[in-house]
Design a protein around this ligand. Structure first.
Ligand code: PMP
Length: 462
């Protein structure tokens, strides 16, 4: 039991001195003191299975011993020197990361957060093409700096203050909520047939969404554009997958229009999707720029932009890119240890095996409960869409989703929330999670759904 600050005192400090804008999960926010691999411990000593990884950020496990050891070793050597000097951890890390990316994606810019990475990628796209318009999907989250807010199309984060000039949103090819498609046309081990105008063996969803995309390019942006940003699977929007082949066609159209293609791998990278190390590989595309953050440092502030020598040269011609902390020795030593652990512990393979196991178990649950509209995802990036009923597909009201969320927490399971209506659960545990823990999590979720149905029956009786 942690003794230092009383819970109410902590709440008071937060109220008085911390950003009032930041939201906290749960009616009584958790006060966390310790983490070990996929487990978290609160101030009362309660244990929680962390299936949200602090928003997809803990990749190899909380306080992983190998990463801790690397950090401690570097701590005693050299904390910081900015990128105007060379130091071994930065060079070693750059070499290791470059080896994981296909040609010609070999030039690395180290920064500190996903927003910064996407800010820089926007700048690169514009410097390289001499154009300004950039396109992203509705429901996309690419950061909340004034620049990236233009690409983020989730109402919750939008502001009345001017932001993100020359950014244009386009329809998200969401095969569950959108007008076309169904789970039969997305890349996931979990499928279900939806009421849809296309038959599973003659699915036109990809073409129909591509028509919309082409329409945006023809009607809503300048003659030539700077680029297109896409997450290989949308995270904040509730783990949204596009129809197979969509990104490939979209990339071609963007390039025809003079733009570059950017894959935002902030959530999907580093093996989380199981079948591939990078999300873009699962779409069979080669981006011009890749941005990464979160899991790259297993919770340590670190991010990167990787691009081609040609684009890097275009940027260098236009501006001197400087970042005090980017490529910091601590971050690089930690980043190298993370890559080592992913490889040594076969975590990408674990994502594939345990993720598929979980998806199939959740699909059984979906067939049992009418309010579980959809189960989707790949590897250990899983979404559950809660609905009022499978026929109507109306989102389950936020307060009901919150209650299920809260009940899971009370039974020792932490899940993420997502979706434009806050109607989805996001499951993105540390990549080391086991099938046994998945069994526990699915059982907890089932109990929470039963409690929900009982509450609903009681309400209807009154
Ligand atoms: N891109 C994606 C896909 C993200 O999910 C996020 C964070 N939720 C960001 C960018 C921004 O990252 P950061 O919070 O580190 O700025």
């Amino acid at each position: 039991k942690y003794q230092s600050l009383a819970y109410n005192h902590v709440l008071e400090i937060k109220k008085q001195h911390l950003s009032p804008v930041a939201t906290a999960y749960f009616q009584k926010p958790l006060l966390l003191h310790q983490g070990h691999m996929e487990w978290l411990f609160d101030s009362e000593g309660n244990r929680y299975l962390d299936f949200f990884s602090g928003i997809v950020t803990i990749s190899v496990g909380h306080c992983h011993p190998t990463v801790n050891a690397a950090a401690q070793k570097q701590l005693g050597r050299l904390w910081h020197t900015s990128s105007v000097f060379l130091h071994p951890p930065m060079c070693e890390y750059a070499e290791k990361l470059a080896a994981l990316l296909p040609e010609p994606l070999k030039v690395i810019f180290l920064v500190n957060s996903g927003s910064e990475a996407n800010d820089l990628a926007m700048m690169m796209a514009r410097a390289h093409t001499n154009n300004s318009d950039i396109i992203s999907f509705r429901g996309a989250y690419h950061g909340c700096s004034p620049y990236t807010l233009g690409l983020t199309n989730v109402g919750l984060y939008k502001t009345a203050l001017p932001s993100g000039m020359s950014c244009q949103s386009t329809m998200c090819p969401d095969v569950f909520r959108g007008p076309w498609g169904g789970s039969h046309c997305r890349d996931s081990p979990v499928q279900t047939i939806r009421k849809c105008s296309c038959a599973p063996d003659f699915c036109q969803a990809k073409e129909l969404y591509i028509d919309q995309f082409r329409d945006t390019l023809n009607t809503s942006v300048a003659k030539s554009i700077a680029g297109f940003f896409a997450e290989p699977i949308q995270g904040v929007n509730g783990v949204i997958q596009y129809p197979k082949g969509f990104l490939k066609d979209a990339f071609e159209l963007v390039r025809e229009k003079g733009g570059v293609c950017v894959a935002d791998e902030v959530q999907t990278g580093f093996g989380r999707l199981g079948s591939h190390f990078w999300g873009f590989q699962s779409h069979g595309v080669l981006p011009d720029i890749v941005t990464m953050a979160k899991g790259i440092g297993n919770g340590f502030p670190m991010a990167a932009v990787v691009t081609t020598p040609e684009i890097a040269k275009s940027l260098a011609k236009r501006l001197l890119h400087f970042n005090t902390f980017g490529g910091n020795p601590m971050a690089c030593a930690i980043g190298s240890a993370v890559l080592e652990v992913i490889k040594e512990e076969n975590l990408q393979e674990n994502c594939q095996e345990v993720g598929t196991y979980m998806l199939l178990k959740l699909a059984e649950l979906r067939d049992e409960f009418d309010i579980m509209g959809d189960v989707r995802g790949k590897g250990l990036m899983i979404g559950i869409e809660m609905v009022q009923g499978k026929m109507s597909r109306q989102p389950l009201p936020g307060d009901e989703v919150s209650q299920i969320h809260e009940d899971c927490k009370d039974m020792g399971l932490l899940l993420g929330r997502g979706g434009i209506y806050s109607q989805s659960f996001r499951i993105v545990p540390p990549m080391c999670v086991t099938k046994r823990e998945v069994d526990f999590a699915v059982e907890v979720f089932r109990c929470a759904l039963i409690q929900h149905m009982e509450r609903r029956a009681k309400r209807e009786k009154i």
